[in-house]
Design a protein around this ligand. Structure first.
Ligand SMILES: Cc1ncc(C[n+]2csc(CCOP(=O)(O)OP(=O)(O)O)c2C)c(N)n1
Ligand SMILES: [Mg+2]
Length: 381
């Protein structure tokens, strides 16, 4: 049966500028100044060293569950560095390097992962949404922010971050659809790190690329080597310029790899091979960029120590902050707390900070348990 090919014929491009062997395509080399390159490398190193430190802090029980970024520094910094402070970022839960670049103090990030509410709150003038744990739910919010900016005529671009696993959620598709229909200034940065906890990419999608999903929604999509900061920068800069000029959204797929655990509660040896990890370690974005800088004579001596000292000072400040009142655990769960929760809150308040029942004569909790005996809450039944 004769058929007429529809025009335009769709294509998806792949961009790489500095490959894993350090070969540079100098015709595509972005125009970044020495100062900008040095700042970016410092930010990558800070992201990496803080990441390693945070894993250790979690292992020592000094912070709670944490999602490391190791291996994804180029994808995060190559993209976020193209924004102005007046633009918006919309993170998922694995964007430490993005947040550092946007000015989140280290101790605030530590507070976040220590379960402290104050850590999650952006400064009043900061245009970053807080970390989002429910996968992909931040994406419609990002489109909403971009829609508002367009409606008000503000010079604002929104950059939303998410993973390969998020592309299987309805929110991802709804966000891309609305972004396309409304032609709003939003950049979708997918960090395709090959895994969604233990689910590999091939079980996530049968598409050859994630970038091509943009075509279904009428937006440009590009796949880049996400471990190549120069390629991520070039692709994102183009997308941001396009969005700022009123020419709509873009989906950028950064092909990268999570070198570490999914979170500190995960054991990846159960589902992926050592060889696979070794293979990606060879493509490490940090060593690749360091080599590029070394060739330009821009690598600063003693930088690692300087960065470690910055982290150590922040850890000290974090640990000097008074612990939270345990009763605050009950805050912000419900708009209007149900009676069971109010009763539990009162019981906890009567126990005081050490978690023990009040002494006779002090306020009696409703049903004091024996010392060491676990009290079953009504929620559990
Ligand atoms: C809606 C929802 N479903 C399930 C989870 C549990 N969960 C947390 S992270 C994750 C995998 C996410 O994978 P991906 O989007 O690739 O991001 P990555 O963790 O690799 O950065 C899942 C299923 C969740 N947080 N939210
Ligand atoms: Mg993933």
């Amino acid at each position: 049966m004769p058929r007429t090919p529809l025009e335009p014929r769709f294509t998806v491009d792949y961009l790489s500028i500095l490959d894993s062997d350090g070969n540079l395509d100098s015709a595509l080399e972005p125009d970044l100044s020495a100062a900008e390159l040095k700042r970016l490398y410092r930010a990558m190193l800070l992201g990496r060293r803080l990441d390693e430190r945070m894993v250790r802090l979690q292992r020592q029980g000094r912070i709670g569950t944490f999602a490391p970024i190791k291996g994804q520094e180029a994808a995060q910094l190559g993209s976020v560095c193209t924004l102005k402070p007046t633009d918006w970022t919309v993170p998922s839960f694995r964007e430490t390097a993005v947040m550092l670049w946007r000015g989140w103090p280290i101790e605030k990030l530590l507070m976040t992962f220590a379960g402290r509410l104050e850590g999650t709150q952006p400064a009043p003038d900061q245009r970053d949404l807080p970390i989002t744990i429910p996968v992909a739910t931040q994406l419609p919010h990002a489109v909403g922010l971009a829609y508002a900016a367009q409606y008000r005529g503000d010079d604002v671009v929104v950059m939303a971050y998410f993973g390969d696993g998020a592309t299987s959620e309805g929110d991802f598709h709804e966000a891309l659809n609305f972004a396309g229909v409304w032609h709003v200034p939003v950049i979708f940065v997918c960090q395709n790190n090959q895994w969604a906890i233990s689910v590999p990419l091939k079980k996530q999608t049968h598409s050859r690329t994630i970038a091509q999903k943009a075509l279904a929604y009428g937006l440009p999509g590009i796949q880049v080597d996400g471990n190549d900061l120069l390629a991520v920068y070039a692709a994102t800069k183009e997308a941001v310029d396009r969005a700022r000029e009123g020419n709509g959204p873009t989906l950028i797929e950064c092909v990268t790899y999570r070198l570490g655990v999914h979170t500190t509660a995960d054991d990846p040896t159960k589902y992926r091979s050592e060889e696979e990890v070794r293979e990606w370690e060879r493509k490490d974005p940090l060593t690749r960029f360091a080599e590029y800088l070394r060739k330009k004579n821009l690598l600063q001596e003693g930088l690692e120590q300087e960065v470690d000292e910055e982290i150590a000072a922040a850890v000290k400040r974090f640990e000097a902050i008074a612990p939270p009142d345990p009763v605050s655990l009950f805050d912000h769960v419900y708009g209007e707390a149900p009676p069971e929760l109010i009763a539990q809150r009162e019981e906890a308040a009567a126990r005081g900070n050490d978690g023990q029942a009040a002494a006779p004569g002090e306020t009696e909790p409703p049903s004091p348990p024996m010392r060491g005996q676990r009290k079953t809450s009504r929620w559990r039944n």
